[in-house]
Design a protein around this ligand. Structure first.
Ligand SMILES: *Cc1c(COP(=O)(O)O)cnc(C)c1O
Length: 356
């Protein structure tokens, strides 16, 4: 058990009004969680304090060598006023997996959960209630040693910030258009693709800008060796329904193991849909689109939950999916997962953790 000190702000902000669209990632709550680490001392000084700028040395290692990790999960408000987390244990387990990969000290799982609950509880009034909204939780760790030179840092800061959010894509559940990248790559096996770290995102920016310029909202990555096998979308895992079978790329070391991906697989199996986790090439997807068996494509991730894909562009080929509309499985997955998250559908999997 952490002994978390709580300092309440003397200048609370005005809560966003009911008509505020809560543009993703733009509004932050009144408080944040902080905890320090130092070699020999371990994690220490857990505290909830008013949200404020950090005070760091310009030589802090995170600025120079990118030793940083993050997580993303959400808290939801139920109709009867409870605050629920969705599968936080999976995020925490993944966080420590990321930590191990990039030489950041692990955080005991129960301490991590306690920290999330403490800060969410402090800012519980910020959990929005309107349909489609939630409180996005962003835990992250940065290397803070004031040192130039490449090695794991001796000091870290673990931080949790909170942001009330509406839909991730302005389109909401409307289908997105996706650009299949064949020039740049995001990650390779043996690299850090399966770790949730900012470094993967910086590698993706150039391609994202290119896709946006062409009118596409997201990039779909191919594998870094053959430029042939599907990997994932920028911040989502990807699913194809071809001729009745739900197919998603296997976790091969360069793909981020999404919590939503796992939930989608569990539900599809329960619904009796054939599912396959395997290599799937862009040629296979293209052929399915040509012969009419590409029934649905959707992305999965905490931010958007389920994001139907209406169009894929690969080189000069444009593939329409579901005539650009929302497929029935995408819709059912979205309704079921958000229903469980909001406490409207019975949680038969032990996925829900109440903040109390
Ligand atoms: C976070 C993330 C996902 C989605 O994972 P969830 O746990 O479902 O939110 C997918 N891909 C990348 C690169 C990510 O960073």
């Amino acid at each position: 058990m952490l002994d978390i000190k709580i300092e309440i702000t003397k200048n609370p902000k005005v809560l966003p009004g009911a008509d505020n669209p809560l543009k993703f990632g733009t509004i932050f709550t009144d408080h944040m969680f902080l905890m320090n680490y130092e070699t020999g001392k371990g994690w220490y000084d857990p505290r909830v304090i008013p949200y404020q700028p950090l005070n760091l040395e310009p030589s802090a290692m995170v600025f120079h060598y990118g030793q940083e990790m993050f997580e993303g999960l959400k808290a939801y408000k139920t109709g009867d006023g409870r605050t629920l987390l969705f599968r936080p244990d999976k995020n925490i387990e993944r966080a420590n997996k990321t930590n191990r990969r990039i030489c950041i000290p692990e955080i005991p799982e129960e301490d991590f959960l306690q920290a999330i609950k403490a800060v969410v509880k402090t800012d519980e009034a910020w959990v929005p209630t309107k349909e489609g909204t939630s409180l996005y939780i962003r835990p992250f760790i940065i290397a803070t040693d004031p040192f130039l030179g490449v090695k794991p840092s001796e000091r870290y800061l673990f931080i949790i910030i909170l942001s009330p959010v509406g839909a991730y894509y302005p389109e909401g559940l409307n289908p997105v258009k996706i650009w299949i990248e064949d020039e740049y790559v995001r990650a390779v096996k043996g690299g850090i693709g399966e770790a949730k770290t900012g470094a993967n995102y910086v590698a993706s920016l150039k391609s994202q800008v290119k896709a946006h310029d062409e009118g596409y909202s997201q990039v779909l990555w191919l594998d870094g060796v053959h430029r042939k096998y599907i990997e994932e979308v920028g911040a989502m895992n990807i699913f194809f329904k071809i001729n009745g079978t739900v197919i998603t790329p296997e976790l091969n070391g360069s793909i981020l193991p999404g919590v939503t991906r796992d939930s989608v697989l569990v539900l599809c199996r329960e619904w009796g849909l054939p599912t396959e986790e395997r290599k799937i090439s862009i040629d296979e997807v293209y052929e399915a689109a040509q012969n009419g068996t590409l029934e649905e494509v959707w992305g999965s991730g905490t931010a958007a939950v389920i994001s139907p894909v209406g169009q894929l562009r690969w080189e000069d080929n444009i593939m329409q999916v579901q005539d650009g509309g929302i497929g029935p499985i995408s819709q059912r997955l979205y309704d079921t997962i958000t229903g469980i998250q909001l406490g409207n559908i019975e949680d038969t999997h032990g996925w829900i953790v109440e903040v109390n």
